[in-house]
Design a protein around this ligand. Structure first.
Ligand code: TTP
Ligand code: MG
Ligand code: MG
Length: 382
């Protein structure tokens, strides 16, 4: 059973990055627009003040689609698809580079707008939150409508909200009527609304579990709810089997955790062509320093210092390695991060060409929580 008095909302912004771009370029409304270009794809301003946009068909490179408008999705273009592939499906779609500062700005705005109505919020990333509505005495439809309006007033953007007895169901529901959805379900609606859905709609059933369930003939949440407990245990182990069974019945007790702090801040980049550690040394070094600077900027902007610096490398053969290092004192200083990341890099054999490079700052703390005695130099513990 779910606790009888809980009412949880999940709110997710619609086509978030793309929608923020449409605020800036309203003439693109109604068109297929894809976020995923580089800065050269920024629109050029003509003499008469109108803008000239890049089209997908002009793109060459290995970038992926970050997100797309619903008009682009109708043409088959979705997040994580290669931009070149997307260009085959929608050559005339508009291509724009990402502007993370703008997205972070609107992220803060929409969260503040929700907080003005319902302050019990769990931050789940740039465009989504859980909201515990249990203490608010107002019916779900009117409250949900009011929150959506507050988000629109503050940002000009639309979102979709699911309201349900718990986080699991709320998350599923916010997706059911996207975009601009408001989906409200109670316990009694589970068979009709949740059971027909594919099992991968459940947050926590990843591609592997999804495939395994499929092989057992378990395709929908309803199939899962009615699956034999012994069969599930045999294939998934006791804990996961029990979890599968309970989520299929829409049960979830997890609380809405108000101040969720990020565990790490990272930046990574996939190169236009695979780079060689020695032959492309200068290029690599410049990119590496740039990543460190961006991580340092992110830390400062978000108000954190970090105690572990790590790197990620993906080679041309897609093998991925990571290394990290613990500092003796936390930092947000780009030079310190660059030196620590350099230490990590020296611990990786670099015979193969490199496809992707990333820098991560972990073990985050607020500067005022960090010990003040260490100066930000020569901090390497290892
Ligand atoms: P999502 O909420 O998953 O997607 P969305 O807001 O673009 O569209 P939807 O209406 O379906 O919610 O992700 C939020 C933002 O995160 C998205 O606008 C861009 C970014 N993102 C990535 O950078 N890579 C990804 O693979 C995905 C899925 C999203
Ligand atoms: Mg979204
Ligand atoms: Mg989201």
């Amino acid at each position: 059973m779910n606790a009888p008095d809980r009412r949880i909302a999940h709110l997710d912004m619609d086509a978030f990055y793309a929608s923020v771009e449409l605020l800036r370029y309203p003439e693109l409304r109604g068109q297929p627009v894809v976020i995923g270009g580089r800065s050269i794809h920024k629109p050029a301003e003509r003499a008469d003040g109108s803008r000239e946009f890049s089209r997908l068909r002009e793109y060459a490179g290995r970038g992926v689609v970050t997100t797309s408008t619903y008009e682009a999705r109708a043409l088959g273009v979705f997040s994580a698809m290669g931009v070149m592939k997307a260009a085959q499906l929608a050559p005339d779609a508009i291509l724009l580079p990402a502007d993370f500062d703008a997205y972070r700005h609107y992220s803060r705005l929409f969260k503040a707008a929700v907080a003005s109505i319902a302050p019990h919020i769990e931050d789940r990333g740039i465009d989504e939150i859980y909201i515990d509505l249990s203490a608010i005495d107002e019916d779900s439809r009117s409250l949900g409508t009011r929150i959506k309006q507050a988000v629109r007033d503050a940002t000009g953007l639309s979102c979709s909200i699911g309201i349900a007895p718990n986080k699991l169901l709320a998350k599923i529901c916010s997706d059911l009527e996207k975009p601009n959805g408001l989906t409200i379900i109670g316990e009694a609606d589970i068979p009709a609304r949740i059971w027909p859905l594919a099992v991968r709609k459940i947050n926590g059933i990843g591609p592997k579990a999804n495939d395994k369930l499929g092989a057992l003939g378990i395709l929908t949440v309803g199939d899962l709810a009615h699956a034999d407990a012994g069969l599930l245990q045999t294939h998934f182990g006791r804990n996961y089997a029990e979890w599968l069974h309970s989520v299929a019945h829409g049960r979830d007790q997890r609380p809405v955790v108000t101040s969720s702090e990020p565990k790490s801040i990272s930046r990574e980049t996939t190169f236009e062509r695979d780079l060689h550690a020695r032959l492309d040394r200068d290029t690599l070094s410049g990119i590496f320093t740039g990543l460190c600077t961006r991580v340092a900027d992110d830390l400062k902007r978000k108000g954190y210092v970090s105690r572990t610096i790590g790197i990620k490398l993906r080679f041309a053969d897609f093998r991925t390695v990571t290394r990290d290092i613990t500092l003796t004192a936390p930092t947000a200083d780009p030079a310190t991060i660059r030196r620590a990341a350099g230490e990590c890099l020296r611990r990786v054999p670099l015979e193969r060409r490199i496809r992707l490079l990333g820098v991560r700052a972990g073990a985050l703390a607020r500067p005022d929580e960090a010990p003040q005695d260490a100066v930000q130099h020569d901090l390497f513990a290892t």
